[in-house]
Design a protein around this ligand. Structure first.
Ligand code: GDP
Length: 467
């Protein structure tokens, strides 16, 4: 190791110890001074302590990030990310371009799910994963698509160059069997039996490499499927380039997605723009970005959000097009212009250095998935104001306790090492809520005591495709 590596390593260790000395002593002081100080003095003391802890946390995180740059493995990370991506993209092309379409095994999906664009992209990705898992070429039926009557190919490249016909000698509904040439797959909400090939399962043959490379393998894996599926047609490619240029989109830039209109109060809570900007600031502070360089790309289905943000945060360069947001309102959502708008917004969100959004929205989850293709490991480039990452309709996948926890309050959950934990959510305050399956009890536990293991599934290995 280099001198810098060893010095950083020791400094991080010392820093954590110092942080403990400090927090321990500050909390004891607060307890002791509880009744001696004026409320104003106490508020100021607490503010000062928070600033001190923030500064120390900032220093520790930047040391840890630096560690990854000087540990001698950065070239490996970049090469491994590229090699893995090239491998799975070769397999996808192989699967999707059979030499004889008349005899190829096929999986047929209709792009007719009654939901938004992100939801439909996830539907297509789920179909693709099942196609990959059953070694059937995916046929996507999309004529009359609610976002464009001409279907998928109006904006994206066809999912195959050689095989687009859904017909064949024999047909069955899912699951069918090997003797049936064509199998139709229903939407994930109605599928029975549930395919094992859907998230959070990742293919066994690449799992060891993926687990080493990436902090959240399933997001990478879904991101690879989207990299294949969402290849833009030339027209769309020009629109994406033009939008980027017109808006002055460049790094450093944080992406905010604010989902409002029909989602608020039904599937998600309302969050004020200030809550998003707090996270944006934390990112910029952490990375020492000067005030005049703080650029934000803001996408929303509510044009008012963009106007308000620009008014309230005049020192920031906030880019975002209220005209695009106007096409996103429920009444105008399913049209050619709204399709272009949502594709541009997701594309630009995915190109940001960091994402601040609500993972309850599929729009933001799609952007986060696509983002993974631009970095060796972008698992931590987000702040979600609500849910943790998940894939709609995913198979059950308990997290695992890695440390014991003895409840200190009645709201807390007991953990024993290796307990399976069904996670309901992270409260982003050090605690998560979940159900300990072993004792069938729901409660709060410190988030760091539970890990999210990779879910390995036996997918076909595609030996015909060179490694
Ligand atoms: P979810 O409902 O937020 O989980 O995501 P969906 O993608 O399934 O449905 C929301 C739809 O609202 C999107 O597909 C868009 O049509 C529209 N929409 C939501 N947010 C935005 C945005 O930031 N920009 C644009 N252009 N459209 C949006």
């Amino acid at each position: 190791p280099s001198l810098e590596y060893e010095q950083l390593r020791r400094r991080i260790r010392d820093g954590v110890q110092e942080m403990w000395y400090y927090v321990n002593s500050e909390l004891k002081n607060i307890k002791k001074n509880n009744y001696d100080f004026t409320p104003e003095q106490r508020d100021k003391d607490i503010q000062d302590s928070l600033k001190n802890v923030w500064e120390h946390k900032k220093s520790l995180i930047s040391d840890i990030d630096r560690l990854a740059l000087v540990d001698g493995y950065q070239d490996w990370r970049e090469k491994e990310a590229k090699d893995l991506s090239d491998l799975v993209q070769r397999r996808f092309r192989y699967l999707q371009n059979p030499s004889d379409c008349d005899r190829a095994q096929k999986l047929v999906c209709s792009l007719n799910k009654g939901c938004g664009f992100g939801c439909q992209v996830h539907h297509a990705a789920y179909c693709f994963l099942v196609a990959y898992g059953t070694e059937r070429t995916l046929i996507l039926k999309s004529r009359g698509w609610r976002y464009h009557k001409d279907g998928w190919e109006a904006v994206f490249k066809p999912v195959s160059d050689t095989c687009l016909s859904p017909t064949g000698g024999s047909h069955a509904n899912w699951p069918g069997d090997a003797t049936k040439q064509v199998v139709s797959l229903p939407i994930v909400d109605n599928v029975y039996p549930k395919p094992v090939y859907q998230p959070p399962g990742v293919p066994a043959d690449i799992a060891p490499r993926l687990e080493k490379l990436h902090g959240h393998p399933i997001v990478w894996w879904v991101g690879q499927v989207l990299k294949y599926l969402l290849r833009p047609q030339e027209n769309l490619e020009r629109v994406l380039e033009y939008s980027k240029e017109k808006m002055g989109f460049k790094s450093p830039i944080v992406g905010i997605h604010v989902r409002r209109t029909d989602k608020v109060g039904t599937e998600a809570a309302y969050h004020d723009i200030d809550e998003y900007m707090l996270k944006v600031n934390e990112y910029f502070d952490q990375h020492d970005i000067k005030l005049e360089d703080r650029r934000v790309f803001l996408a929303s289905d509510d044009p008012k959000v963009i106007v308000t943000a620009k008014e309230r945060y005049p020192t920031y360069q906030i880019i975002g097009d209220p005209e695009i947001a106007k096409t996103a309102s429920v009444s105008r959502r399913y049209s050619d212009s709204s399709l272009q708008g949502i594709i541009v917004d997701i594309h630009l969100l995915s190109l940001c250095d960091y994402l601040v959004c609500t993972f309850s929205s599929q729009v933001c989850r799609v952007a986060y998935e696509i983002m993974q293709s631009s970095h060796p490991d972008a698992y931590n480039r987000f702040a979600s104001l609500d849910d943790i990452y998940y894939y709609g309709g995913q198979n059950p996948h308990p997290h695992i306790a890695r440390l014991d926890h003895t409840p200190r309050k009645s709201s807390e959950l007991e953990l024993k090492i290796n307990d399976p934990i069904e996670v309901f959510g992270n409260h982003w305050n050090g605690y998560s809520k979940g159900r300990n399956v072993r004792i069938n009890t729901v409660g709060l536990y410190p988030s760091f005591k539970v890990r999210n293991p990779i879910e390995v599934v036996d997918f076909p290995k595609y030996p015909e495709v060179p490694i």
